[in-house]
Design a protein around this ligand. Structure first.
Ligand code: NDP
Length: 250
């Protein structure tokens, strides 16, 4: 797989799956655009990307829940590289809460995990049509199954919305040669769990209960994202791809 001359936007590139994905594309010679809120972390990831093949990434500090910032992502990318080939909608987070915990959690989670994705995708589409590019959305297995150990109502709904967004936009853009797919990870060892105070000891317990004996590492999710974005996946669109060490089996 070669992404030389391809421009790839990765949102949530400052950490975890997004950082690993940006690095994976950089190793395949892509021009990467790193989007996130934490400038210091973005700079560290940018350095790793540059070390891979010597290409300096474009770093854009942007909050996906703020319309102005989302517009800035497309504007600055096209200003610098004149095109977009791949959009990876990865930025997202969860929050603990169920139906009795107030509507605020819903608004907060949806504004980044769904609204930000909707707006950024809509602005990127004209450019993706020109390049016959593609989109990979980072969803979750919680879009497909309820998980008793977590109280993640809004998050689960946001990922279910993202799955159907993937299918609907895939159908809308298919005749113009733009593919749209999703990856649906099970548990992945990233700072995602720190935000909701899940300790490392709990992640070790997850390792033990997975049919394949481990949860995933970010690089494993990145591999599937890169595959879906590559020409090898040229017949794949509208598909949500579970990558979960067998979690869905139990
Ligand atoms: P991390 O917490 O490591 O990374 C989340 C990334 O999203 C960070 O780069 C963060 O950047 C960015 N982000 C969050 N909110 C915003 C925002 N409002 N605007 C811009 N960037 C934002 O977690 P993961 O790498 O694990 O998560 C990546 C994706 O994978 C998420 O969509 C998550 O739902 C999904 N996922 C994760 C799983 C897991 O077990 N880890 C399982 C299934 C899905 P910054 O702080 O710089 O803004």
């Amino acid at each position: 797989m070669d992404f030389n001359n391809k421009v790839v936007i990765v949102t949530g590139a400052s950490s975890g799956i997004g950082a690993a994905t940006a690095e994976a594309f950089a190793k395949l010679s892509a021009s990467v655009v790193l989007v996130g809120r934490n400038a210091e972390k973005l700079r560290a990831v940018a350095q790793k990307c540059e070390n891979a093949k010597g290409k300096k990434p474009l770093v854009i500090k942007a909050d996906m829940s703020v319309d102005f910032d989302v517009k800035k992502v497309v504007f600055e990318t096209v200003d610098k590289f004149s095109k977009i080939d791949v959009l990876v909608n990865n930025a997202g987070f969860t929050a603990n809460g169920g139906i009795r915990d107030g509507i605020e959690i819903y608004d907060k989670v949806m504004s980044t995990n769904v609204r930000g994705v909707y707006l950024l995708t809509s602005l990127a589409v004209p450019h993706l049509v020109k390049t016959r590019g593609n989109i990979v959305n980072v969803s979750s297995i919680v879009a497909k199954k309820t998980v008793k150990s977590f109280n993640w109502l809004a998050y689960s709904m946001s990922k279910a919305a993202l799955d159907h967004f993937t299918r609907c936009v895939a159908l809308e853009l298919a005749s113009e040669g733009v593919r749209v797919n999703a990856v649906n990870p099970g548990a992945v060892r990233t700072p995602f769990y720190e935000v909701i105070s899940v300790p490392e000891t709990m992640l070790k317990k997850f390792d033990a209960v997975m049919p394949l004996g481990k949860i995933a590492e970010s690089e494993e999710i990145a591999d599937m994202i890169v595959y879906l974005a590559s020409d090898k996946a040229r017949s794949i669109t509208g598909v949500t791809n579970v990558i979960d060490n067998g979690n869905m089996l139990i």
